[in-house]
Design a protein around this ligand. Structure first.
Ligand SMILES: CC(C)(COP(=O)(O)OP(=O)(O)OC[C@H]1O[C@@H](n2cnc3c(N)ncnc32)[C@H](O)[C@@H]1OP(=O)(O)O)[C@@H](O)C(=O)NCCC(=O)NCCS
Length: 354
């Protein structure tokens, strides 16, 4: 089906930053479709107002019919690597569905992306109607995820992701504070089939070998939110994000450290990531620095011991899709500020938490 000219629908490409009335209209439209939480979604408002303009390029494709918006698609192109991008907020007002509006806006977004050198566009969906539409446009699901990927040159997701990691394998790794530059980069990093179950307990990230990854554009917000309770660090090679570590402050100023790194890159990257996180936690006055590993993850056990973490009797649990993941807790006593305090507080049994 195609939309009819007599529908009097106008189309526009809106380059972020958008004016406040347009932002208000979009948030209102998306909250009517995706639910009320959109109203409180300050991050989307901030992005549309240009907060991330120095990190990524954002475009909103809008179909409008007086008095308001009837369909949208939101394209984000990574500022760090314009080969990759993400599509989100694809939505059509219910009375305008089935007229080809979403398809048309997605095609416009794909053309804009490719015109700017884009090679691989990600999106996430649990909606079978939307998945059919995306698959007709060349998108394919990545196994173990609700993430779909479309490549400009028609390679399969497996082919693209297989070669994506090759560039920079021998180059120097930099560790930087995490920021919105990695909004898109986080997607290919998180959807690799890692052997260990828990990738980052602080961000609630698990390997797709064990659990379906349902987020796509929702992956970065997991880390963005972490900034409120700690910090995160990114290992970067060339234009690739190859690993992440994080610190989350819990009760009594106890700081939990976690992280993971793509297997193609050296273990040194992960050591550096952990050291940055430990150093941050210590400087911020952590009374205790600890890490966790899944009960059967022997590789992480070796890694934590090598870093100087010491296993404790303490256990933690994460409930995940009707499964209980058991975690063993490790303490770190090597930090300048936290080591002694931790021992003292431990003796006083201050760190009883689950
Ligand atoms: C998914 C959604 C965006 C589709 O919007 P739309 O404007 O109706 O889509 P289109 O008219 O462009 O349809 C594209 C294709 O899907 C098919 N389609 C659309 N609605 C359909 C339905 N209810 N049942 C079966 N097929 C449908 C169309 O026939 C068309 O296929 P065709 O090109 O082979 O004819 C819309 O249903 C929606 O807003 N859903 C709620 C929000 C949502 O889930 N968004 C997706 C987030 S990832």
């Amino acid at each position: 089906m195609s939309y009819m000219a007599e529908d009097n629908i106008s189309f526009s490409v809106n380059v972020v930053p958008l004016k406040k009335p347009t932002v208000d209209k979009l948030i209102c439209f998306w909250s009517s479709i995706f639910g009320e939480e959109y109203l409180s979604n300050q991050a989307t408002r901030a992005i549309l107002s240009g907060k991330e303009n120095s990190f990524n390029k954002d475009f909103v494709f809008i179909a409008e019919k007086s008095p308001g918006i009837v369909s949208t698609a939101h394209l984000t192109i990574s500022g760090l690597d314009r080969r990759i991008g993400g599509l989100g907020e694809v939505a059509t007002l219910s009375e305008y569905r089935g007229k080809g509006l979403a398809k048309l806006l997605c095609c416009k977004a794909i053309s804009e992306f490719e015109r700017r050198g884009g090679k691989c566009l990600f999106l996430g969906t649990n909606n079978p109607v939307a998945a059919r539409l995306y698959s007709a446009l060349g998108y394919r699901y990545i196994p173990g995820t609700r993430v779909m990927l479309r490549t400009t040159q028609g390679e399969s997701p497996e082919e693209f992701l297989g070669t994506y990691w090759n560039c920079g394998r021998k180059e120097k790794i930099r560790i930087v504070r995490g920021n919105a530059t990695f909004r898109i980069q986080i997607i290919p990093l998180a959807i690799w089939p890692y052997d260990g179950i828990v990738l980052d307990a602080n961000a609630g990230l698990f390997s797709i070998r064990w659990f379906t990854q349902k987020s796509c554009m929702g992956l970065y917000p997991k880390y963005e939110n972490l900034d409120k309770e700690g910090a995160w660090f990114a290992a970067v090679v060339n234009r690739l994000l190859v690993g992440i570590s994080s610190v989350r402050f819990c009760a009594n100023m106890a700081a939990r450290i976690d992280g993971f790194c793509h297997p193609f890159f050296s273990k040194h990257a992960l050591v550096s990531l952990y050291r940055h996180a430990i150093c941050y936690a210590d400087k911020k006055g952590a009374a205790r620095i600890y890490a966790v590993r899944e009960r059967n993850d022997s590789e992480k056990n070796r890694f934590l011991l090598k870093l100087g973490f010491v296993p404790t009797e303490e256990k933690m649990k994460i409930e995940m899709e009707n499964n209980t993941i058991e975690l063993i807790v490790y303490d770190y006593h090597g930090a300048k500020n936290s080591g002694r305090t931790a021992l003292k507080m431990r003796r006083q049994n201050v760190f009883k938490e689950t």
